[in-house]
Design a protein around this ligand. Structure first.
Ligand code: UT7
Length: 356
């Protein structure tokens, strides 16, 4: 029997209600920058920011439900996930993973559920794992969610190097078995890491290397620190190479690419990668201007945005590319899905888990 292809059959998203334009971000946090600089150097005009009560799990649950609604609308009957992968760098707790509680809140009792941490490349990592599970016949309907709350969990609001870039949100997709020629079919991928450059973007303290209370640590060590210039150069180099490897495995040239949906970190990075690949700007789709960098949520949110605005025809030859802390990167080819994306507002957890 031939191996099934993994087909993207549901698309959901969730964004916090609060929209913060550059001018307000700069003013509220006394940042030594200005609105126009941020827009010109990053392409970001505003971002959605979670209130302190809204967690990554809240956003993930809402996006996951929206993806299932979207899949039900396309299939004509409900599809039930049999495994949940949550890509996040900002889990609700340092222990345990957030995915089991998200599964519980979605009514998916007893399904396997795990977090995947590959920072901004996390969604592509989780997608690749989920694809492998479907093609191997181990699971049929993986739900893959990318969800983050960088602005409340990781970013120092007074650090202009990071505060200007990040936003919060969640995107989710459901997979099902199908054939490689269908809209939504996942085709080929490339993933990679470079752990020798971990120090370029990381949270220095709070893990086992430098636990809470370690001598010499300051408040700043518990926030994300980034060498923006070096990360930028690595992002361009790694996404480009990864995209070329994925295209090669698909037997597509850059000319074949009808839609390029990149991780949304900086418009100049996206333009530079597209230029090196030879993909025209009109084929690049993103929502960076309005949502900023939402890390592991960025690619599914950008996909949902392109589908919502009917910018890409179902079946179009599509390239995804991502890069982030680790360093970790990846690229993926697929036929653009026909699922109509749906969105839901986040709700707070109505329980705190059972006490021991
Ligand atoms: O999600 C994956 C991880 N993150 C990324 O992919 C982010 C990658 N990096 C970036 O997006 C960019 O490097 C930044 C947006 C962080 C910085 O932009 P840049 O154009 O690379 O700035 P730069 O570091 O090359 O600095 C250029 C100038 C410097 O001034 P001088 O030395 O030329 O006088 C900086 O001090 O811009 C200055 N600068 C700023 N000025 C106003 C740096 N950041 C700012 C700022 N506002 N926020």
């Amino acid at each position: 029997m031939p191996m099934p292809a993994a087909v993207l059959c549901g698309l959901g998203s969730s964004l916090p209600k609060r929209v913060v334009p550059n001018s307000r971000l700069v003013e509220e946090n006394g940042l030594a920058t200005d609105s126009e600089w941020i827009l010109r150097r990053t392409g970001i005009a505003a971002r959605h920011m979670a209130d302190p009560r809204t967690s990554t799990g809240d956003l993930a649950t809402a996006a996951g439900r929206a993806a299932l609604d979207s899949a039900r609308n396309l299939a004509g009957s409900p599809l039930v996930p049999d495994i949940l992968l949550l890509a996040t760098t900002t889990p609700d707790h340092r222990c345990p993973a957030t995915a089991p509680e998200v599964a519980h809140r979605m009514g998916l009792e007893a399904v396997p559920a795990l977090d995947v941490n590959a920072a901004c490349a996390g969604f592509l990592y989780a997608l690749t794992l989920a694809k492998g599970l479907v093609t191997a016949g181990l699971y049929t309907h993986p739900l893959v969610i990318g969800a983050e709350t960088y602005t409340t969990a990781l970013v120092d609001p007074h650090d202009r190097d990071t505060a200007i870039l990040f936003g919060d949100g969640a995107g989710a997709i459901l997979l099902r078995p199908g054939t490689a020629s269908q809209p939504g079919a996942l085709l080929a991928e490339d993933l990679g890491t470079d752990g020798s450059r971990t120090g370029l973007v990381r949270v220095p303290a709070g893990g086992s290397r430098t636990p809470f209370g370690s001598p010499g640590t300051t408040r700043k060590d518990f926030y994300l620190v980034m060498n923006g210039k070096a990360v930028y150069a690595q992002a361009v180099r790694r996404i480009t190479a990864s995209a070329l490897a994925a295209l090669d495995r698909t037997r597509w040239s850059a000319d074949d690419v009808e839609a390029f949906v990149s991780h949304q970190a900086n418009q100049r990075i996206i333009d530079d990668v597209a230029g090196r690949l030879g993909v025209p700007a009109a084929r690049c789709h993103g929502n960076l201007r309005h949502v900023g960098n939402t890390a592991a949520a960025s690619i599914p949110l950008a996909l949902a945005d392109a589908a919502e605005r009917n910018l890409v025809r179902p079946g179009a030859r599509t390239l995804l590319g991502g890069f982030g802390a680790g360093l970790a990167w990846g690229a993926h080819t697929l036929h653009f899905p026909e699922a109509r994306p749906l969105t839901r507002s986040p709700h707070h957890a109505d329980h705190q888990g059972a006490a021991p």
